[in-house]
Design a protein around this ligand. Structure first.
Ligand code: MG
Length: 372
């Protein structure tokens, strides 16, 4: 079962109204899907995140020539080799090769991984709260109201990009709107130091519906994270950009974090990603995957979560939620899967159990022009 063909699908969508977080405003959304097809006709899909011109050259000139003719069953070897050149490309190839093996065996990916332990995975509505317009707070409130009306019981919003006073005003208004109807996560995108975080301490104690505080500081400040975790009344979460299981070890060993947030596209392949999930369980910590940048990657995050033992026996808390992008992003519709009352049914068909919408792949195909 050798790899006979590799197709790439670079997609671009320019946003009419930029939105953002503490890192700045997004002017566009992209998606880069790959499809590997074997000599026996079995195919598998993967997803990679990076600037599209970089990926186009990398795949065309190096990764595709390397993959052609190689056995699709030698996933660990192939992924480890590509990882040395470009780790995020390796992660996408790993997804596609995983699906090929599952399909060849006539199994769903969860069955290949030992069978799902959960039929439904909760997801949370992930919002980019900032806009360039001065009425960004009002716009954020409308977005959150819409997410709750759509059935989401958990919502994540951004802090850390405005003054603490302005951000706190925003969250106060949100809480007044929510009236405890939904649980709320706050994501600072590594914007603060410990002293700035402690300016939130009193408010965090006031609100019983908070899920977690995400990445309040740069993730390498392990000692400061340990201090925060010992003082704050809510869980501290983070790690969406950490590249592998080993990178989480300092945080886990020192008890510096409550919830780790690995992203299947930012890790060293699906095998490595699942090691990270299991590592968290070995340390008795929670895992709530990051998946904002991807549509296929969030499907993989859901399937991996379905094969992970529960972290708690509490009703409604059996398994941690996966991030669900609800912003303007046409690529979130690429796969026919959507949450009902804030949870997604784990796919059951062979491989992924679904394929991307070919019309959308054509409609949004990147024309090769440079964008910034
Ligand atoms: Mg985040």
């Amino acid at each position: 079962m050798r790899i006979e063909r590799v197709e790439t699908y670079p997609l671009l969508h320019r946003l009419k109204q930029p939105y953002g977080d503490a890192n700045g405003y997004k002017k566009y959304r992209t998606c880069f899907l790959i499809r590997l097809i074997t000599s026996s006709g079995v195919d598998g899909w993967g997803e990679v995140i990076d600037w599209l011109p970089t990926l186009a050259v990398g795949f065309q000139d190096r990764i595709i020539p390397f993959l052609l003719g190689k056995p699709a069953t030698e996933r660990l070897h192939l992924v480890n080799t590509i990882k040395k050149w470009h780790q995020r490309s390796a992660a996408g190839v790993s997804m596609a090769l995983t699906e090929i093996v599952a399909k060849k065996a006539g199994l769903s990916i969860c069955e290949l991984w030992g069978g799902k332990l959960h039929d439904y995975i909760p997801v949370y509505a992930s919002l980019q709260s900032y806009r360039e317009e001065p009425d960004w707070q009002e716009r954020s409130l409308v977005q959150v109201e819409q997410a709750v009306a759509d059935g989401f019981a958990r919502v994540k919003v951004k802090i850390g990009g405005k003054t603490i006073k302005e951000d706190q005003e925003h969250i106060r208004r949100l809480q007044a709107l929510l009236q405890g109807q939904a649980r709320l996560a706050l994501d600072a995108n590594q914007s603060y130091d410990a002293a700035a975080v402690f300016q939130w301490e009193r408010l965090l104690q006031e609100w019983p519906n908070l899920l977690w505080l995400e990445e309040p500081m740069p993730m390498e400040r392990v000692a400061d994270y340990k201090l925060l975790r010992s003082r704050l009344p809510i869980p501290v979460a983070g790690g969406e950009n950490l590249p592998d299981a080993a990178a989480f070890v300092p945080l886990l060993r020192q008890g510096a974090i409550d919830i780790i947030q690995p992203d299947p596209m930012h890790q060293d392949g699906m095998d490595g990603y699942r090691e990270t999930l299991q590592l968290a369980r070995h340390f008795g910590m929670r895992v709530s995957p990051h998946a904002f940048d991807g549509v296929l990657s969030r499907l993989y995050a859901i399937m991996a979560q379905a094969c992970l033992p529960a972290w708690s026996k509490m009703a409604g808390e059996e398994i941690e939620p996966v991030e669900w992008d609800v912003m303007e992003n046409p690529f979130t519709r690429l796969f026919p899967i959507a949450p009902v009352r804030g949870a997604v049914a784990v796919p059951t068909g062979p491989g992924l159990g679904m394929a991307p919408d070919l019309e959308l792949l054509t409609a949004y195909r990147w024309d090769g022009s440079i964008y910034r």
